[in-house]
Ligand binder design. Structure first.
Ligand SMILES: [Zn+2]
Length: 109
């Protein structure tokens, strides 16, 4: 197993990187427990091994955290400038709704 690769997000198996020589590209894929993995999962072809590994290791939660960090920074900046308006707050709430992060109705007060 390649130590720098996260495990397959579907089966938890090992991942590998291969060079697609005909395209001069690299692709990361699920290699461990390949007979048990329910899906065939691999990245697109990238120009370097490092880029293929970075793409493989990028998970949805990483992107959501990045988006939320940006939203919070922008809201703080707008608040400090005194122009945090309802429209921007609604954009933030729309994002949470789209990502299924609006909270549980069971915990709503
Ligand atoms: Zn897998």
């Amino acid at each position: 197993m390649d130590e720098e690769l996260k495990p397959c997000p579907f089966c938890g198996g090992d991942a590998g990187v291969s060079e697609i020589r005909a395209r001069h590209a690299f692709s990361a894929y699920c290699s461990g427990r390949s007979h048990q993995c329910a899906v065939t999962v691999e990245t697109a072809g990238y120009e370097s091994r490092e880029r293929a590994i970075a793409a493989w290791n990028t998970r949805r939660n990483d992107l959501v955290i990045e988006d939320l960090s940006m939203l919070i920074r922008m809201m703080v900046t707008k608040h400090r400038r005194g122009n945090l308006d309802e429209e921007y707050c609604q954009k933030a709430m729309d994002y949470l709704q789209r990502e299924g992060l609006q909270g549980s109705v069971l915990r709503a007060s």
